[in-house]
Design a protein around this ligand. Structure first.
Ligand code: BDR
Ligand code: CA
Length: 311
């Protein structure tokens, strides 16, 4: 474990969160301190169950799973069963009865404890609403100085939203949490938004390149509903690897180009809650609080993902 990056993954598992977990575990690049779960695509209970199922699929039951927030900071949950299916992972492991269950504890406290235990060594990758991290920062504001880096999937700065015309799901589901995290002052905070995740499309051809039969058939089945939704909207059989792209940056930052900007999250609007507003021209003159992913090497990402899953 000595040379491995210490990682906490925070997930709302989620079809693509699940693939992000597979990528993190199979890459063998991380000392996985734990996987924390949050209310998002599905309830925190379902996200936890799905996480346990996925860990058993890759025989990684030893990784702790810690349950987190049951609701967003102030709002009612907004589940996405239409996109992620009844169970949240497209029904692919519906008959699995995992022995693994959640460990003791509450995700925000677990994040605080681990970060303080390993100062400046822990990478946090978050692929759901930012509720757990927001609660951790509220309880322990000095946390920001002890985390190595934070990478999150959420928001969109140039394109359209995927839940409303302007908002991406994770920032829409808990805009107050996203705002709090962006304003917290993390020295290294990277946003992986729809602007880049929409460019990493998992096609049939790419699934067929996965030679590990267990993983290939799991991914084919679990993404079937996801690809169907994408086809209905865009006329192409594929689905975006939003969350796996965020995980991949903890392995190789060169897959994207980032630029620092001051970014705000809207929380008080009739039509625009959850929207990210990026001050591209520095018109507000405020400190740059976010590294925004501007371009992605999609081929490079899939080369990495398929190589890892085949290993
Ligand atoms: C994000 O929302 C969820 O549907 C996905 O898991 C991803 O984290 C994309 O907007
Ligand atoms: Ca997610």
């Amino acid at each position: 474990m000595a040379n491995k990056k210490k990682l906490i993954l925070d997930v709302d598992t989620g079809i693509d969160d699940a693939i992000g977990i597979l990528l993190a575990v199979k890459s063998k690049r991380f000392d996985m301190l734990g996987i924390t779960t949050v209310c998002g695509n599905v309830s925190v209970e379902a996200a936890t169950l799905n996480t346990c199922k996925v860990l058993e699929l890759v025989e990684a039951e030893e990784i702790p799973v810690i349950k987190g927030a049951v609701t967003p900071l102030l709002r009612a949950p907004h589940y996405e069963h239409r996109v992620h299916g009844e169970d949240g992972i497209g029904g692919a492991l519906k008959d699995a009865r995992p022995k693994k269950t959640a460990d003791e504890g509450f995700a925000p406290d677990f994040i605080i404890d681990q970060v303080l235990k390993y100062p400046k060594q822990v990478t946090l990758v978050l692929t759901g609403p930012l509720t757990n991290l927001a609660l951790a920062v509220k309880k322990c504001p000095e946390l920001i100085h002890h985390v190595k880096e934070v990478i999150f999937m959420g928001g969109v700065v140039q394109g359209q939203g995927n839940v409303t015309p302007v908002a991406e799901f994770n920032t829409y589901a808990d805009p107050e949490a996203a705002k709090l995290v962006l304003e917290a002052g993390f020295p290294s905070l990277t946003q992986v938004g729809l602007d880049v995740t929409r460019q990493v499309l998992l096609t049939d051809e790419r699934i067929n390149a996965i030679q590990n039969e267990t993983l290939a058939s799991y991914i084919r089945e679990s993404t079937s509903i996801y690809r169907q939704r994408y086809f209905e909207r865009n006329g192409v059989w594929a689905c975006a690897m939003h969350d796996p792209l965020a995980v991949s940056l903890a392995i190789d930052k060169q897959l994207v180009n980032t630029q620092a900007f001051h970014v705000e999250v809207e929380t008080k609007s009739e039509f625009c809650d959850g929207q990210m507003i990026c001050d591209f021209q520095h018109q507000w003159g405020k400190d740059r609080n976010l590294q925004v992913c501007m371009d992605v090497d999609a081929e490079g990402f899939f080369d990495l993902m398929i190589k890892v899953l085949n290993s």
